[in-house]
Ligand binder design. Sequence first.
Ligand code: HAM
Length: 419
Amino acid sequence: MLTTAPRGTKDIMPADVKAWRYLEETMRRICAQYGYKEIRTPVFEHTELFLRGIGETTDVVEKEMYTFTDRGNRSITLRPENTASAVRAYIEHKLYAEPAPTKLFYIGPMFRYDRPQAGRYRQFHQFGIEALGIQGPNIDAEIILLAVQILQSLGLKDLKLKINSVGCPKCRPLHREKLQAFFKPHFDELCKDCQSRYARNPLRLLDCKNPHCHELGDGAPSLEECLCDECREHFEGLKKLLTAAGIEYEIDHNLVRGLDYYTKTAFEIQYQPLGAQSAVCGGGRYDGLIEEVGGPATPGIGFAMGMERVLLALESQNLLPAEMESMDVFAVCPNQEYFPTVFKTVIDLRRAGLKAEFDFQGRSMKAQMKQANKVNARNVLIFGEDEFARGQVVLRNMATSEQKEIAITDIITNLQAEV
Ligand code: HAM
């Protein structure tokens, strides 16, 4: 136990960090193009925020939160997602007083006590964006385009964008009644959770993970037929803009998403080859959330992408950059008497902005050359005895094997020219 990471978590080892950085840099670059600014919120919040924000009948709140009482007797929860926290920060820092929209993005770890499998973890990372303060479908279209652009610019093809409208507090009650009437004859067959959701929030019956409940939901009345005029118009507006932008989409009336705050637009981007965990991105509009959490009535919309899932997709398609880490120079010191000069040289090279390393252990010349290869050094400086006596060193280019003698005083200029 002591030597393994907790179930559902994993180390991101130095060899993997390059891929993570590449992903994060792509996301940051595209966010800057669209005018989204980074926000970093705490990894834990008061539990109440998620109960109110995400909804008490959701799987996330009922089964998946890491909740504990701290030493000050407060109930604290590791964030299972970042939308509620972003909204809390928006209210706390009165961002609503600034001209809309407030465009935020975040990258960071989230925590859910989920059943771990490929693409599903207990500590996972999301990149997400939230746009607050704007009604109407234009911003919905913009954020969907942002998500698609990120995934496409990473090289992913065959993505499936699914959209739906989950209605608003005006049209939901009718749907709720229809759902209850539909499930009533099967009430006894529903799982315990769904039986309790039946009265409290029957929409949740449609995304229960229990396969039998899932089957029972086949043919359930769709929200589509219950949408009010405003929701219908909003949805039509979004479809028009996506078509104008040349984005293919599929309408999926069963797409309800697992969090309670959604209103109107809901969407998901799937990468089918990932199988059961194919949703790489999910989001939607949440026009009631800011008020629910205690702020002024303000609309909002956003999405989050599972970073691990995007990486799995990129890996499976060989889309990760292969470029290896390298060192500009490795200083080889066969005689420890010269080490102070070697040490000073390496420090000066680093101060000049070069990537430079040396051997710490006074090993043989052969071992030091092996180390230079291991760190992928593009050049090696060899402080050989004869040369050192003349104030010179050998500079060897590892790719061409060419070598020349240079004055110790000229090392920096020579290497700057070389790299
Ligand atoms: P979500 O659908 O719960 O939405 O999560 C978004 C994405 O996070 C999923 O599509 C998936 O890629 C990834 N994800 C979720 N759970 C796991 C897990 N256990 N392991 C690995 N990846 C996972 C939200 O979190 C909303 N806050 C999105 C949003 C932002 N809606 C509006 N604004």
